[in-house]
Design a protein around this ligand. Sequence first.
Ligand SMILES: [Zn+2]
Length: 502
Amino acid sequence: MLIGIVSRRGTALVATLGLGTLLGCGVAAELAESEGPGTSPAGSMRHSEADLYVASARLWRPMTVAVCWENPGLLDGTQRQWVRDAVARTWETRSGIRFTGWGTCTAASQGLRINISDAGPHVKVLGNGVNGRAQGMVLNFTFNNWGQSCRNTLQYCIETIAVHEFGHVMGYAHEQNRPDTPSSCTEPPQGSSGDLTIGPWDLSSVMNYCNPQWNGDGNLSATDQQGAQQTYGVPWDSLGGNHTSGPAVAARGANRLDVFARGTDNQLWQAYWTGAMWNLWFPLGGTLTSDPAAVSRDGSRIDVFARGSDNSIMQKSWNGLLWSGWSSLGGSFASGPAVASWGASRMDVFVRGTDNQLWQTFWAGSTWSAWLPLGGTLTSDPAAVSWGSNRIDVFVRGSDNAIYQKSWDGLSWSDWSSLGGNFTSSPAVASRGANQLDVFARGTDNNLWMNSWNGASWSGWQWRGGELASAPEAVSKAAGQLDVFYVSPDGSMRHSGYNNGW
Ligand SMILES: [Zn+2]
């Protein structure tokens, strides 16, 4: 996978030590260390439309950061909750970073240690340099000494400062430190600088002292959000559960998703989304020896497929009212299945044979065809999608761990073509519209990677973050939309949604 860093700053570092200037109740006194230029963590950063000035060696990996309070007071619980809520509303909602814990520090506490003091708010160093460091962040809850104008707008100041300071904890330097800062911004550089500028200089960044709205009023700019996603991945929510396979997902319309995975009991489990809420995890029986696959061919039915204990492919169907029992499509296979459907009376199921070829069977309204070999050398489960009648696109991982595509156009199968990359899971595929494809797979970094076909060309593999303990799965429930699922290292299911942005 290719690294495409937009620009990299050289060695000129700003080491502004001391108290700095006071900007109202500003974040002026940041006693950041002088730091050497970072090196990009391998494979972390490729794309580049957003702002932010990033200390790329200081990004948190994994992307979960423990937080504790060194000196919480009996009477400052409300203020501490304002901080936590401000961070949740901004960085955590718009990216994959997660701040956890928030209890009282012990001597051994790692992660971010926050000290409450009536002094200039600051962090000692950018990004994961604060890990386990005493007074790694100092926050002011009273403003009787420093920043007295904040006494009249206590909640506003505490929340706004928190968003800015947690930006530093995520590894972001001040925007006005960037070498491309325009002369119209006369705030001097402050604290450590990054080594990586992403996208154009952003006046409205919460990290920019020149922002006419102080710290952006604690609201991330559009490019702050994009930059956060490029460094910490796309936002996700947890569907819980304890899974021993990757997910399957079917969409029965714009307001209905059905997600399936194998539980610790090897049964199939289901969760579903109604458009308003998730209903989580119901057992559906069976004995699975693979990831499941699922499709809705008419907006009402669901067909689920998985490999059974005899290594044949098993089917279980929801007819809109009831689940069928499990029935076998026969065969003996070396992977889990994939399924695609272009209409109410058509399903195509794909699986890797014991000869590592791709095999297909199709259902044209009444019976399943015999299994047909389609060639190739697979090292994963296949993935399949139909974006139109008589159209199927199948994706697999090949013997070189790259992702390969094979397409049916209604008349014949194409040859295999490579999308490149180096992956540690089976692929997933969804289609947002006619002649559009979005392919996902887990990289060697255990993160999610995405490659999109726009009808004319592939985007190339793009990093989307996440921490995957399974293959991903994806579906489009409405034009232009994507829903992606994977199992995280603790066995819980995670979900990310795309609808004109993640
Ligand atoms: Zn700052």
